[in-house]
Design a protein around this ligand. Structure first.
Ligand code: PXG
Length: 461
C-alpha cells in the first residue's frame, strides 16, 4: 500500500507540503512532481520502516551517523534518566554538569595524548565554525594575525553554516549566497578514480598532496592558518585517498608550520575500522571536529577536540573565548553520548567494523562484475560503487548525477537505502550489520543495478 492511500498519512504529507522546508531539497519538484516526502515511522537495527509499512535496509546509517544501529533501549533509558534528574543546565559562567564533564574526559581518553581538551557544540557545522574562530584567535594570540587562510579540497563537505560551507568545496553550495567567504582556498581532491588518468594511485596521491603545498606557496605560508580535510571525503563520494596522500600532507603542514585539522564527523569513532580516521591514515591532527557517531544520531551533539599546541595558547593567553551555544554540553545529549560510547567500546564494535569490512568486500564487492560498476572501494564500513559508461576507461555517463539518481530511486523501490553522490553510489551501514543482512543488501543492490542497466543500456560504450 502506498502511504498516500492512507488518509492519516496523506494529511501529514499535505501538511508537510504546506509548511515544511527540508534541507537540500528542491521543493517545487518534491511538492508538485513527486507528491511529497516519504514518511519514516520506525527503525530497528539496520532497518527503517515507512508509513506504508515497507521495510528498507538502511545502508547509509541515516546520514552516516546511526553507527550502533537503531532502537537501542539503553540510550532511551539514559535520556529518560538524565531528563528526570537534570533536564538542562548550561556550561557557561563557571558551571558544568556531570554528563558533560564525564564525556569530555571520555573523548580525551579515546584520543591520543596530545588531544585532551574538548569544546561542545551541537553539530558538525558548529564544530567547524568553532574551529575557524578558534584557529584565527590562536594565530592572533601567537602574534601572527595575518595567518587567516584555510586550505581545503574540492568536494569537501564540512557543513552548511557560513564558515563551514566556505571550508567545504561544494560548488553548488558556493554558488548560492556569495560563498566562499574570503580566506578559504580549495585544491584538487585526492580522487584517483576521477582525476588519476594514467598515474598509479601512489603517484597521484603525492601529486594531489603537492597541490596543497603549491597553494600554500601561492598564498604565502605566512598567511596560512590551517589545512582541513576529512580523512575519507564522505559527501564528496567516499573518496579514499591513496596511501601516499596523508603522510605527505602532514609533512607539508609541518614544513610550513600550518595547523592540521582532521574532520572526523563521519570517519570518527570507528567508521574506518580504527577509532579515528587519522589513525587509519597515520597522521596527527591539531584539531578534531566530531559529531554524528558521537551519539549515533540519538541526540544532536558535536564536539571539537583541541590539541595541546592550540589549547595551551588559548588557556594561557586567551582570556575569555567569546564563543559558545545555549546547548553546549547539554546534559541529555552528553548522557546519551556516554551510553553510546559504552556500547561502542564494550561490544567491541570497532573490531566488528573490521570483521564486517571483509564480508562487505566479498558480497558487495562482487557487484564489481556488473556492467555498470567501474570500481568498488571500501575502508572499514564506508565505501562506494562507481557507475560508469565504460568500465575499461572509467568514462562516466553524460550529465553527472543523472544515472546515480536513477539507481538511487531503484534502490528505494526494491527496499534499500544507498546514497548517490553524482554517479557514485555510497554506503556506510550501521556497525551492527550481520552477514545475513549483507546478503540481503547485496541481493537488493544487484536488483537495483539491473533495473538501472535496463534504463541506460543504450548509452553503454
Ligand atoms: N563534516 C563532515 C565531514 C560531514 O560529513 C559535517 C561536517 C556537518 O555536520 P552537521 O552535523 O552540521 O550536518 C558533515 C555532515 C550527505 C550529507 O548527504 C552529509 C552530511 C550532512 C548532511 C548530508 O552526504 N555531513
Amino acid at each position: 500500500m502506498d502511504h498516500r492511500t492512507n488518509p492519516d498519512i496523506s494529511a501529514l504529507v499535505s501538511a508537510d507540503n504546506r509548511h515544511h522546508l527540508h534541507p537540500f531539497t528542491d521543493h517545487a519538484s518534491l511538492r508538485e512532481k513527486e507528491g511529497g516526502a516519504r514518511v519514516i515511522t520506525e527503525a530497528r537495527g539496520v532497518h527503517v520502516w515507512d508509513a506504508s509499512g515497507r521495510r528498507l535496509l538502511d545502508a547509509m546509517s541515516g546520514l552516516w551517523c546511526v553507527n550502533i544501529g537503531y532502537g537501542r533501549q539503553e540510550l532511551a533509558e539514559a535520556a529518560r534518566r538524565q531528563m528526570e534528574q537534570l533536564s538542562y543546565y548550561n556550561t557557561f559562567f563557571k558551571t558544568t554538569n556531570e554528563p558533560a564533564t564525564r564525556l569530555a574526559e571520555r573523548i580525551s581518553d579515546l584520543l591520543p595524548d596530545h588531544l585532551n581538551q574538548v569544546f561542545f557544540v551541537n553539530s558538525g557545522s558548529e564544530a567547524n565554525d568553532t574551529i575557524v574562530r578558534m584557529v584565527r584567535l590562536y594565530w592572533q594570540l601567537e602574534g601572527r594575525p595575518e595567518r587567516q587562510v584555510f586550505i581545503s579540497r574540492h568536494r569537501a563537505y564540512h557543513g552548511s553554516t557560513m564558515a563551514a560551507a566556505s571550508l567545504g568545496g561544494m560548488s553548488a553550495m558556493h554558488a548560492q549566497g556569495h560563498l566562499p567567504l574570503p580566506g578559504f582556498e580549495h585544491v584538487q581532491e585526492p580522487d584517483w578514480f576521477q582525476h588519476g588518468g594514467d598515474m598509479t594511485p601512489e603517484e597521484f596521491g603525492l601529486r594531489a598532496a603537492n597541490a596543497i603545498e603549491e597553494r600554500i606557496l601561492e598564498v604565502g605560508p605566512e598567511n596560512v592558518a590551517a589545512i582541513i580535510g576529512e580523512p575519507i571525503q564522505g559527501a564528496g563520494g567516499v573518496i579514499i585517498p591513496p596511501e601516499t596522500y596523508w603522510p605527505r600532507v602532514q609533512e607539508i603542514a609541518r614544513k610550513h608550520d600550518v595547523l592540521l585539522i582532521a574532520d572526523e564527523v563521519i570517519t570518527g569513532l570507528g567508521r574506518t575500522g580504527s577509532m579515528w580516521g587519522f589513525e587509519t591514515f597515520g597522521i596527527e591532527p591539531d584539531l578534531v571536529p566530531m559529531a554524528k557517531g558521537l551519539t549515533s544520531g540519538y541526540q544532536p551533539l558535536g564536539a571539537v577536540a583541541v590539541g595541546e599546541r592550540v589549547a595551551e595558547t588559548l588557556i594561557a593567553k586567551g582570556g575569555e573565548f567569546a564563543h559558545g551555544f545555549t546547548w553546549s554540553g547539554h546534559p541529555v545529549a552528553c548522557a546519551v553520548a556516554l551510553e553510546n560510547l559504552r556500547i561502542l567500546t564494550e561490544e567491541g564494535l570497532v573490531n566488528r567494523v573490521r570483521e564486517m569490512e571483509g564480508v562487505v568486500r566479498e558480497k558487495i564487492g562482487a557487484l564489481a562484475d556488473h556492467p555498470l560498476v567501474g570500481e568498488f572501494r571500501i575502508r572499514g564500513l564506508i565505501g562506494a560503487l562507481e557507475l560508469v559508461r565504460d568500465k575499461g576507461t572509467r568514462e562516466r555517463f553524460n550529465d553527472p548525477g543523472r544515472v546515480g539518481t536513477i539507481c538511487r530511486d531503484h534502490c528505494i523501490d526494491v527496499g534499500l537505502i544507498m546514497r548517490a553522490c553524482w554517479d557514485t553510489m555510497v554506503f556506510a551501514p550501521p556497525f551492527c550489520i550481520t552477514a545475513e543482512e549483507v546478503d540481503e543488501w547485496a541481493g537488493l543492490a544487484r536488483e537495483a543495478l539491473d533495473r538501472t542497466l535496463k534504463d541506460v543500456e543504450g548509452e553503454l560504450a
